[in-house]
Design a protein around this ligand. Structure first.
Ligand code: GCU
Length: 699
């Protein structure tokens, strides 16, 4: 059973440091000038924090009039049109009243702003921030900051590595479901047979308090939207816009209290699946009418629904191609149906041929999204947002940015990241992804000949979440830092990785110098370490097919999925150049196009993504490709050993449960990193016949 009081469960919201804060007395008095459900949540959060101050025995004074303040310090929450703020932003100011009372006030233009201001205030209280020096004005850089759940209505989670769904369950016991999910590592959802085994009666998850706690977590890091169901909408989930809509309503009401809007993934073929029509052709007048009526119904039940998301014509999902229509036809038809209610339509760009012939070197999965969408620029309605994965393939540990991010100026774009660690160790390995995401966001795109970066090119940000029913939410306790970091970055991508790590450790594990030092060293080096012992130099994949955990160099080499490394006894890499390759490099703006296309200028870390080279090719680092492979694989494994010793130094310094569970995961990572090291090194040693210069053991 989940222990809701445990430090694992309480995550970064335990307010554990509040009792040490020099500001704790302020929390005794709260002056609230406006009221709403969301502001009530903000006040409740201040109550939560108050309860953690053990040495304060009084009852917290929550009042609506300054005259009722007891003592000489208070917090004031109020809404006022403030030119320095945009929607959801907040201002925190320190001041003294005429009668010498000290006040820290949070002002915002709207309810969400107050809520985010309160979470920020508590975070800063716990870090003893100096409020007297300067007021804080904090506006979100993006107004769409969403989380995608790949949760199915039966309680399984596609690519979920932290137990069963926090949102849905079947009448089967969710603890059993969690066990199954953890045993099979998130693939149940992709396996029809297993899904059917759980196919009985579906409901909203019975632990509504947990959904509320989850909504609070999201809100505390500024997330304002949640797509509650899997992008792959199977038959049963199609009924979420039909007779299962009450599930959505319950979730959306809980989320709404925390300023988080609910969105639904929908099935493009719903008119057929729900048995009403023979076609889902987006230009057919009956289909258009059907969706208008459906939207009217859905919004009559859930007036504040954020909108719909669609994955179409991809990996077996239905879409407009069936009817000879394009993706603008499909998206616009749905967008018009929901636009009277203020809904937005999120349309995914993860569209490619997954039945490719591996023998054919001219087809390139990396080119697919660009080829499909770029010609449609300017044709999408204003309430359509294209959701584009950060790279052209599929969330590998390293990829170049998706070329679509540097084009389509007349189209709204969201960038999609993956917090759930499908290809980055499945929450068995520690892999803190914030440095990678920062790298992506700051990559220049050179759209319109200016070096504007990815962050400046997008209207919002989305990510597939890593949360499930495990007591610690994320399977690996340290994976909580990825969720925390995602929210903080989505709000303001200028925050450094170091700051995010420091905040997360202080709030979650406490302000202990040794814990701060060791955990931050582990987290800050973990993404690079994972990259070192897995597939080299940007080539990606080499994972076991299906579940995507652990090494299998040729696992996808002769498959239809378009994911190859093309190694032979002479060399490795995909030729994506304009002259001799697939021409993919040509999808970038100059100077990126030449940078990647040219072997001499292509950055080492992406070399094999763009070029096929010999094992003796000399990298910019001065090493040959083969020596780089050997060295990084030995180094990556050694780094995991270091993680373990750093963690072991924390015995007695962190909560026992967290200590033991994390150590257990680090040991799993150790075994897996060893497997990766030896399989990759051995494979390329056998392929190339070239000895390791340092004479280390290769099998
Ligand atoms: C990957 C992942 C799938 C998922 C898909 C998507 O291919 O393995 O499980 O459905 O991405 O983004 O839609």
């Amino acid at each position: 059973m989940v222990n809701k009081k445990s430090n694992m469960y309480q995550n970064w919201l335990s307010h554990r440091e509040i009792k040490k804060s020099c500001y704790k007395e302020y929390i005794n008095n709260i002056l609230v000038l406006n009221h709403s459900e969301i502001i009530d949540s903000a006040v409740n959060e201040l109550k939560n924090a108050f309860d953690k101050i053990e040495d304060v025995k009084e009852i917290q004074n929550i009042c609506e009039d300054e005259k009722e303040i007891i003592g000489d310090k208070f917090i004031k929450l109020y809404i006022e049109q403030n030119d320095k703020l945009i929607n959801e932003g907040y201002e925190i100011t320190y001041s003294k009243t005429d009668d010498k009372k000290e006040c820290i006030s949070i002002c915002a233009n709207d309810d969400n702003g107050i809520l985010y201001g309160v979470f920020a205030l508590l975070r800063l209280f716990e870090q003893n921030y100096d409020f007297k020096s300067k007021e804080i004005i904090d506006n979100p850089k993006k107004n769409i900051r969403i989380i995608n759940h790949w949760d199915n209505i039966d309680g399984t989670v596609e690519r979920g590595f932290a137990g069963s769904s926090v949102l849905f369950e079947s009448c089967r016991n969710k603890d059993i479901m969690s066990e199954v999910m953890n045993a099979i590592g998130g693939i149940a959802a992709t396996n029809e047979g297993l899904r059917k085994a759980f196919n009985d009666e579906y409901t909203v998850a019975s632990d509504l308090e947990r959904i509320n706690d989850y909504a609070r977590m999201l809100s505390s890091i500024g997330i304002n939207g949640i797509i509650i169901n899997n992008t792959n909408v199977h038959k049963e989930e199609t009924y979420l816009i039909d007779d299962k809509i009450s599930i959505v309503k319950i979730i959306s009401e809980i989320m709404g209290r925390w300023g988080v809007k609910t969105y639904l993934s929908i099935n493009f073929a719903s008119p057929i699946t729900l048995g009403d029509l023979q076609t889902a052709d987006p230009l057919d007048s009956d289909v258009i009418k059907w969706w208008k009526k459906k939207a009217e119904y859905v919004y009559s039940v859930i007036p504040n629904l954020g909108g719909f998301m669609v994955k179409a014509d991809s990996e077996g999902r239905p879409g407009p191609f069936t009817y000879g229509r394009n993706h603008a036809d499909g998206a616009n038809m749905l967008a018009s149906a929901i636009s009277p209610y203020g809904g937005i339509l999120i349309w995914r760009c993860f569209v490619y041929n997954c039945r490719q012939d591996w023998r054919d070197h001219t087809i390139d999965r990396a080119k697919a999204a660009f080829d499909c969408f770029e010609p449609l620029d300017g044709q999408f309605l204003d309430n359509v947002f294209l959701q584009i994965k950060n790279g052209p393939m599929d969330f590998q540990v390293r990829e170049p940015i998706a070329p679509l991010l540097g084009t389509m100026d007349k189209t709204n774009k969201l960038m999609e990241l993956q917090i759930t660690q499908e290809y980055t160790g499945q929450q068995k390995h520690v892999c803190f992804l914030v440095p990678w995401w920062k790298d992506i966001l700051s990559t220049p795109t050179y759209a319109n000949n200016i070096d504007n970066n990815v962050e400046q090119r997008i209207n919002g940000i989305a990510a597939i979440v890593n949360v499930g029913n495990d007591e610690n939410w994320t399977g690996h306790f340290l994976a909580q830092a990825n969720l925390y970091g995602y929210g903080r970055l989505a709000w303001d991508s200028n925050i450094s990785s170091e700051q995010i790590v420091a905040e997360w450790i202080k709030l979650t594990l406490g302000n202990n110098p040794l814990v701060m030092k060791n955990v931050s060293e582990i987290l800050m080096n973990s993404w690079e370490t994972y990259e070192k012992y897995t597939s080299p130099l940007g080539i990606g994949w080499m994972v076991s097919p299906g579940h995507h955990y652990g090494p299998d160099v040729d696992g996808y080499e002769f498959s239809p999925w378009g994911t190859y490394h093309r190694s032979d006894n002479k060399g490795i890499g995909i030729d994506r150049t304009l002259e001799s390759g697939t021409g993919y490099a040509g999808e970038y703006n100059e100077p990126l196009k030449s940078l990647y296309n040219n072997l001499e200028t292509c950055p080492d870390e992406l070399l094999l993504f763009f070029h096929h080279v010999s094992y003796n090719h000399i990298l910019k680092s001065g090493k040959t490709v083969i020596q780089h492979i050997y060295d990084t694989h030995f180094e990556g494994f050694e780094a995991v050993k270091e993680f373990i010793s750093k963690w072991e130094e924390l015995e007695g310094e962190v909560d026992k449960g967290i200590y033991e569970q994390t150590l257990e995961r680090l040991k799993i990572q150790f075994d897996s990193a060893r497997d990766w090291r030896d399989q990759i090194n051995t494979y390329f040693y056998r392929m190339s016949g070239i000895e390791d210069k340092k004479g280390r053991r290769i099998y």
